[in-house]
Design a protein around this ligand. Structure first.
Ligand SMILES: [Zn+2]
Length: 529
């Protein structure tokens, strides 16, 4: 169904806007109707914390943080869960290589991940459950599957029996026969090569937990089924992840959860496109496959994992040392989330330059009004589209275009393009009314309304939430130095009885909203509020 076909709004809670979401399950855009009216439960597969995060780990969080911001702004109450995989083959291998415990490694890498999320303004996650905190939930989940006949224990392992699950393969639209791999190193313990591990028997020296099947640890897929059930319930609204997780991970989550619960796991399966190195055909990031699971891998996933290794995604902290986090967030949102993101130094530099167009307007408006963009009060809840009609039809139309784009499967690319046009409209308004020279009250009030709306809309994208720290500090130091110089020149002019120059300096600073105060111990200055 396309947006245009959606003539009837969904049966949501009264007053909520109609939002279209592309569902990987149906391969169509569908009107959003939530399990509980007015509420959204959203789950995103999080990282396996065995090495520092790279840009590929940040794509999903930035996208779904934006999805949550838009839904919350539009009136839904959203609970967003991102899991942390802190037990896994890769964690075991890396912690033994470094000679530290798996827990210590997981804590170190989780801290790194959280710092990177915070830098990018991903601040809306409600819960981050760790797999090792949910071992009991996972074990009861597996017991439930065994008692219903969907899983079987085999020599200390437990496997999901894909032949028992009639609609296995529905997310990827393929048959079980097409998914038969060679079965991996555990082939002899499985009934069928496509069966996947729910519980893995511990090898000597590996971290393990007691279970009805002996000491072992959970498989990767089962943790998401168990933790989403524990926090969001059997049937929640949105399940997200990168396109590289569709198979086998999400296919297997669906198999586990829907076989146990007998209801849909999630209403909407949203998948974001992966990063592509700009100017090359490589992919940066994504999740390497766990070869030991013996799952049939898609050719694309294998190729992608190889490219990922060869491009060697650098730790995100190194990227942050060269680029502003806001430029990175802007770049990730400049493409619609379902498309691949072209990533590299040049697109990042371009994104940095694009930020400047906004910041120049912020500075301009602050010079005129004396109020920083970052201190403007603005709506955080969506209201009628006519709020800024008084400030010019063009601006109101751009706000409508922005919201329509976000309602249409979270099209941040069109939303950002509308904001660039919006910035041009406001600059034109300032020029036309010569607001930098004259300050008629009515026009100033309109400018304030235009800027408040810009803050409202950039806030939906999680952009320009706070004044940039490092740059702001550098600018402040420069302003302080320049002011010292200007005050000295004025003092010299007065000493030389050149009062015309001294007055000119005072007046011109006044028009920049800077006030001089002559005191016994010298001249001070301040900004007019
Ligand atoms: Zn998952």
């Amino acid at each position: 169904m396309s947006t245009n076909d959606a003539t009837t709004p969904p049966a949501e809670a009264a007053g909520l806007p109609a939002i279209q979401v592309y569902n990987t399950l149906s391969r169509e855009k569908e009107p959003m109707v939530t399990v509980q009216p007015g509420r959204v439960g959203m789950y995103l597969c999080g990282p396996t914390v065995y090495k520092p995060s790279h840009i590929g780990h940040m794509v999903g969080p930035v996208i779904f943080d934006t999805v949550k911001r838009h839904l919350s702004y539009s009136g839904w109450q959203v609970t967003w869960v991102v899991n942390i995989t802190d037990v896994d083959d890769k964690l075991i291998a890396e912690s033994s290589r470094r000679g530290i415990s798996m827990t210590a490694l997981a804590e170190e890498m989780t801290a790194d991940y959280l710092e990177n999320l915070a830098a990018l303004g991903v601040t809306s996650i409600d819960e981050m459950p760790k797999a090792t905190d949910h071992i009991d939930t996972i074990i009861s989940f597996i017991e439930g599957l065994i008692s219903k006949g969907f899983a079987y224990a085999s020599d200390g392992d437990v496997y999901f029996d894909v032949q028992k699950d009639a609609d296995y393969g529905k997310l990827t639209n393929r048959s079980v026969d097409a998914m038969q791999g060679e079965g991996g190193s555990t082939a002899d313990r499985k009934r069928s090569a496509a069966d996947f591990a729910l519980w893995k028997k511990a090898k000597d020296g590996e971290p393990s937990w007691d279970s009805p099947w002996g000491p072992g640890r959970p498989g990767w897929h089962i943790e998401c089924s168990a933790m989403s059930e524990a926090i969001l319930g059997n049937h929640f609204d949105i399940h997200g992840g990168g396109l590289d997780l569709v198979f086998p991970h999400h296919e297997n989550e669906i198999a586990q959860s829907e076989s146990l619960h007998g209801c849909p796991m999630a209403s909407y399966w949203m998948h974001n496109g992966l990063m592509q190195a700009s100017g090359a055909s490589g992919k940066v990031g994504g999740r390497p496959r766990d070869a030991d699971d013996g799952e049939a891998a898609s050719v694309e996933a294998q190729t992608a994992a190889k490219i990922s290794k060869s491009t060697g995604a650098e730790p995100f902290k190194q990227l942050l040392a060269r680029h502003e986090p806001e430029a990175i967030r802007m770049l990730l949102l400049s493409t619609h989330y379902r498309s691949p993101i072209h990533f590299g130094e040049e697109p990042l530099a371009e994104s940095g330059r694009a930020l400047e167009a906004f910041r120049r307007l912020f500075a301009r408006s602050e010079r005129i009004s004396g109020t920083s963009f970052y201190n403007l009060p603005c709506r955080t809840r969506r209201e009628g589209d006519t709020q800024i009609a008084a400030a010019g039809d063009e601006a109101a139309a751009l706000r409508t275009r922005f919201l329509a784009a976000m309602d249409d499967d979270f099209n941040t690319a069109v939303a950002i393009a509308s904001l660039f046009d919006y910035v041009r409209v406001v600059n034109k308004y300032i020029d036309q009314h010569q607001l930098e020279a004259t300050k008629p009250e009515a026009e100033l009030a309109r400018l304030a309304a235009l800027m408040r709306t810009l803050r409202e809309l950039t806030g939906v994208l999680g952009l320009f939430l706070e004044a940039p720290q490092a740059d702001g500090g550098a600018d402040e130091a420069l302003v302080a130095g320049l002011m010292e110089l200007v005050i000295e020149i004025r003092a010299n002019a007065r000493k030389a009885k050149d009062f015309a120059t001294a007055d000119l300096v005072r007046d011109r600073l006044g028009s920049l909203s800077i006030v001089l105060e002559d005191r016994a111990d010298g001249t001070g200055w301040s900004r007019k509020a």
